[in-house]
Design a protein around this ligand. Structure first.
Ligand SMILES: Nc1ncnc2c1ncn2[C@@H]1O[C@H](COP(=O)(O)OP(=O)(O)OP(=O)(O)O)[C@@H](O)[C@H]1O
Length: 291
């Protein structure tokens, strides 16, 4: 019997998923605790963005369950899925502000779109959200007048406009200078605690993300290879975890995307050349002897 059924906002069990013929998840179990900041980390292409899309119901698992706040996401009728999605804020790497709208109107957009609140109420709410990210006085600016860090903070204010129960961040720090990265890192933690949110962060910025996370999952090769508090992860004896946390280019996770042999690939473009010629060509290009 589970001792903490209500503590988990997101429960993923036995998740299998493939993009076409490419398997991404081969049996993944994840618990996202309410009120906590949980990081999902792992090498590039391991399926972190795919996982967020499965949680948001944009993708369907091949097998297993994805439960959010007690709802089985893949089997929700469209109307209920949209209602659930409105309670899940999303912050993408690009920020994706509407370029023709001011900062104020960008934050007001979801409120105008999804509620029937009066403009006076909307104004108050927008100012509260902008105040929370430190940009109340920048509300008249257009997106083209913002720095990258400011744009991301506006996107964050917009993501919390509808008071979501959780926010999913996909690479929120990419391309930020150290100061705006530091600001964003602290802001994510602050908003999580002040607004009683649940936050999921997908990020390659291992140390920064770990510094504000309560719990970390590390994915690799279609599975969870480690999970625990930042302290537990740092003490992990797993070679894959060590490779990832220390940013080593090669290890249990190979540097090269799987595919056919290098020599075979190079030589296949030179059909018609003699075997001797092909061997010479391979030696010249790689400095190695063809097998
Ligand atoms: N729409 C798609 N169609 C086919 N394959 C896809 C699609 N989206 C992603 N993939 C593949 O699925 C795998 C997981 O991709 P995903 O973007 O989820 O990884 P990621 O861990 O978020 O990567 P990164 O850290 O580089 O952003 C990759 O091998 C990718 O090439």
């Amino acid at each position: 019997m589970s001792t903490e059924p209500d503590a988990s906002l997101v429960k993923i069990r036995g998740l299998h998923f493939s993009h076409g013929k490419r398997p991404v998840f081969k049996g993944v179990d994840i618990n996202i605790q309410r009120g906590k900041v949980t990081a999902i980390m792992g090498p590039s292409g391991t399926g972190k963005t795919t996982l967020l899309r499965l949680i948001g119901g944009q993708l369907h698992p091949d097998a297993g369950t994805v439960e959010v706040d007690g709802y089985q996401v893949p089997s929700l009728p469209r109307g209920e899925l949209y209602a659930l999605r409105r309670r899940m804020g999303m912050l993408f790497q690009t920020g994706a502000l509407l370029t023709d709208l001011s900062v104020f109107d960008n934050v007001a957009f979801p409120l105008r779109e999804h509620t029937r609140l009066s403009e006076t109420m909307i104004r108050d709410l927008v100012l509260i959200k902008l105040q929370a990210v430190g940009l109340r006085c920048a509300r008249h600016l257009m997106p083209s007048e913002l720095s990258g860090g400011m744009a991301r903070r506006v996107a964050l204010a917009r993501a919390i406009a509808l008071d979501p129960m959780m926010i999913m961040y996909d690479e929120p720090f990419t391309g930020q200078d150290p100061i705006s990265m530091g600001t964003l890192v602290q802001l994510i933690r602050l908003l999580n605690d002040a607004l009683g949110l649940t936050s999921i962060i997908v990020s390659h910025d291992v140390q920064e993300t770990a510094s504000i996370s309560d719990y970390i999952y590390i994915l690799s090769g279609g599975r969870v290879v480690e999970h625990g508090t930042p302290g537990q992860i740092n003490r992990s004896g797993s070679a894959a975890v060590k490779q990832f946390m220390e940013g080593l280019p090669d290890g249990p996770v190979p540097f090269h995307y799987p595919g056919r042999d290098y020599a075979e690939d190079l030589l296949s473009a030179e059909q018609g050349t003699s075997a001797k010629g092909l061997r010479r060509l391979f030696r010249r290009r790689t400095g190695r002897e063809a097998a």
